[in-house]
Design a protein around this ligand. Structure first.
Ligand code: PHE
Length: 443
């Protein structure tokens, strides 16, 4: 159950939409390599730590941190791990729901055959028209938000869990089928070269920070989601093994999405690999328009993407909901409505950033880009850093040891060593250099 919930949270737009487009923007191979190293060296150890904190605390992230710090007689500063997460979750949900709305919007279009036989020009025109139409964006974003809030408010998360158990494997199979199509019809070799041959010349501090931030984003780390789910994990389950499975599945889906999208991108010279957030939405419909049965496959694809986004969105809102219930006496229903409304309202900024406000910038970022930057490149790594320091250096050693005693002792030693000596300096340096590079480039 924990594996399903955690995979449902981890696999989402981050893998299918974001990973391919930021890889395109950051020049391919070298970025992918750094991303993989970040997952292995920083993401997995921090994930183990975060699940452990949740299982130990057995409450909402905010209260779990409060409990753990009190238990060990530590400074209240460490409670910020819980706090930052609740805030980051709402900020991420605000734009996540807009992008998930795009996927929703594509479902009926696929079914109507809008993309049958369409080329890149038509696909691009459709996407541009969608972004220009704020009321359509608003309608789809709102629908997605209602779905998210609804499922949690009605307490049918279990029901979704069952759906995810069936549909996630289906998403996997569909991605495989698209890989085969991309292999036969697209420029597979160019895509493989782009993704797997590192050109370190293309790498800057900014892109390393992006890879780090994305490794946290895609694993749902640094935000309390995984901590909140850890609270439901049985005491005798091995945290290490479970985390490895989730991280592996998550990485696999991202790489498969990349290998499904880039062959099509490189076979169509008019699609720019560095096009940004539109990459998935412009390239794949062209493929669906050309493949036999594309009407159905395309519809199914966007339905599955929506469901993957849905199960991630639920985990974005859950830490805040749990806290409102425990601490402020809310019931599940009203807590969800309140947080859902807040994220929805903030999402209006992202909607407008694609049309009316496209010229309005904050330190060089549009509203959407600013939200993305603030959350995935500052807040998530920062919380990850705090978690590594807290678990590695501050918390009593026995706590971690007793939670992880089901795990192999050599692995435990290795994990602790990496968490203490690799994670904090690496995350710290990447954060500083990345921020410096970003703002130096902006000025
Ligand atoms: N991991 C999710 C994705 O890849 C996004 C997410 C981030 C969900 C943080 C929960 C917490 O789409």
């Amino acid at each position: 159950m924990f594996i399903m919930a955690a995979t449902g949270s981890a696999v989402g737009l981050g893998n299918i939409w974001k990973f391919p487009y930021i890889t395109g923007e950051n020049g391919g191979g070298a970025f992918v390599l750094v991303y993989l190293v970040c997952i292995l060296l920083l993401g997995i150890p921090v994930m183990v730590a975060e699940v452990m904190l949740g299982r130990r605390g057995r409450q909402s992230p905010v209260n779990a941190m409060r409990e753990l710090t009190r238990e060990a007689g530590l400074h209240g500063f460490w409670n910020s791990i819980g706090w930052l997460g609740v805030v980051a979750g709402l900020l991420i949900l605000s734009y996540y729901s807009v992008i998930a709305g795009w996927a929703l919007a594509y479902i009926p279009e696929m079914g109507k055959g809008t993309f049958q036989g369409a080329g890149v020009v038509e696909s691009q025109a459709f996407f541009d028209a969608l972004l220009a139409d704020k009321s359509r964006l608003l309608a789809w974003q709102s629908l997605f938000m209602v779905l998210t809030v609804g499922v949690v408010a009605c307490g049918v998360v279990k029901g979704l869990g069952v759906a995810v158990r069936i549909l996630m494997p289906l998403l996997f199979v569909l991605l495989l089928a698209m890989l085969v199509f991309a292999y036969r019809e697209g420029d597979f070799a160019a895509a493989a070269t782009f993704l797997f041959r590192p050109d370190f010349g293309a790498l800057t501090g900014r892109s390393v920070l992006e890879a780090l931030g994305h490794s946290f984003f895609t694993l749902s780390l640094g935000m309390g989601s995984i901590m909140a789910y850890g609270a439901y994990m049985p005491a005798d389950a091995s945290i290490g093994k479970t985390v490895l499975v989730v991280a592996l599945l998550d990485t696999l889906v991202a790489l498969m999405a990349g290998m499904a999208i880039f062959p099509i991108v490189f076979a169509n010279p008019s699609i720019n690999p560095a096009a940004g957030p539109e990459l998935l939405f412009v390239s794949l419909p062209v493929a669906f328009g050309a493949m036999p049965g594309g009407l159905l496959v395309g519809m199914l694809f966007f339905i599955l993407v929506t469901i993957a986004a849905w199960s991630s969105a639920i985990s974005l809102i859950e830490p805040g909901v749990a806290w409102l219930i425990e601490q402020r006496g809310f019931n599940r229903f009203s807590a969800n409505i309140l947080l859902g409304l807040m994220a929805w309202a903030l999402g209006l900024g992202t909607i407008l950033s694609f049309n009316d406000w496209s010229g309005v910038t904050f330190g060089g970022f549009t509203f959407f880009a600013a939200m993305d930057f603030l959350t995935s490149r500052i807040m998530l790594p920062l919380t990850g850093l705090f978690i590594a320091i807290f678990v590695g250096w501050v918390m009593p050693r026995m706590t971690a040891k007793s939670e992880l005693n089901g795990d192999n002792s050599k692995m435990y030693g290795l994990w602790l060593w990496v968490l203490r000596y690799i994670c904090p300096p690496a995350i710290g340096v990447v954060l500083l250099v990345g921020l410096y590079d970003t703002f130096a480039a902006a000025n």
